[in-house]
Design a binder for this molecule. Structure first.
Ligand code: SAM
Length: 292
């Protein structure tokens, strides 16, 4: 079978099965073989690897992943693609397709069942309408994934890779930094998809840490980060005093406690959340937690 990720072959398949890309499922099919091969290369897939692909679509990337990996489990929400994938994956006996919303799956169970005894590699051209929930679902299951190689909107990639002090830096940057080391692989133009998305995309490779890179009570740390970025133009002191919610419980935090914790880590009382690194957030949240 010829490579699917060309404009001609993609249009032929869509036409043959009477498929129209569904906007509500974020369907933009890749038609550039160079991009697909670059994604698979960045994921570093070898013959011993088991891969999770989220949203195989018409299978443009799935066959290439299956040729490189030991096995692929692909999760697709759109059951109208069943006949298409039956044709395009016919030559690949090492692919299992799960017809479901990936957000409804238990990742730990999936990784245990499909992971060949070690963490999965996740590869996905993610549907942009649910990028953040899917990413958080993957990250939160520490140990299930060795790496996550994803296509996202460039704007989201810039937020994930941002440095402290920059306009893109925020809670998403810190959440990703807590679980893995992100690296931008390449930008992808709208002309590489059918239909063309309205924005430029980027491929990221996220290499999972075995253990958190900082020592802190995880729930308290993330509560502090959320509170600090709730209202972007507020100082961290005001954000934490007015919005610290841990496990659904709003905490009353005296100004002096926040200011003392900041002073202990060498930061001025007027500092904003966007100026602190993950390590500084961890040190600050531990000081604060111990003082409450
Ligand atoms: N991998 C294909 C490609 O690169 O050409 C398709 C990528 S398209 C951007 C996103 C795919 O994710 C679509 O096939 C869509 O139906 C699927 N999808 C959307 N939401 C999903 C969800 N919640 N769970 C699983 N698959 C989903």
């Amino acid at each position: 079978m010829p490579e699917l990720c060309t404009p001609g072959e993609t249009l032929r398949i869509l036409d043959k099965y009477g498929i129209r890309a569904r906007k509500r499922y974020g369907q933009n099919f890749l038609i550039d073989a160079n991009v697909v091969h670059a994604i698979v290369a960045a994921a570093g897939i070898g013959p011993d690897d088991c891969v999770l692909e989220i949203g195989p679509g018409i299978g443009s990337m799935t066959g290439i992943l299956a040729s490189a990996a030991r096995s692929v489990v692909a999760v697709e929400i759109d059951e109208s693609l069943k006949d298409v994938l039956a044709e395009t994956l016919a030559g690949h006996g090492n692919v299992e397709v799960i017809w479901n919303d990936v957000l409804k799956l238990d990742m730990k169970e999936l990784a245990d069942r499909c992971g060949c005894g070690r963490p999965l590699k996740c590869v996905a051209n993610l549907p942009y309408y649910v990028t953040t929930p899917i990413l958080m679902q993957l990250l939160a299951e520490r140990g299930c994934f060795d790496s996550i190689t994803i296509m996202v909107q460039k704007e989201v990639a810039d937020r994930i890779c941002a440095s402290p002090g920059s306009k893109d830096y925020g809670a998403l940057t810190l959440a990703v930094d807590y679980y893995c080391r992100p690296e931008k692989v390449l930008d992808v133009q709208p002309s590489c998809f059918i239909p063309r998305p309205g924005v430029v995309s980027s491929v990221l490779n996220l290499k999972a840490f075995g253990a958190p890179p900082v020592k802190a009570d995880e729930r308290f740390l993330f509560a502090v980060i959320r509170a600090s970025f709730n209202q972007r133009r507020k100082t961290l002191v005001n954000g934490v005093m007015n919005g610290l919610t841990v496990d659904g419980r709003r905490l009353q935090v005296p100004r002096a406690a926040v200011e003392n914790a900041l002073q202990t880590i060498g930061q001025p009382a007027a500092v904003r959340g966007e100026n602190l690194s993950l390590g500084q957030f961890a040190a600050f949240s531990e000081e604060l937690r111990r003082s409450l």
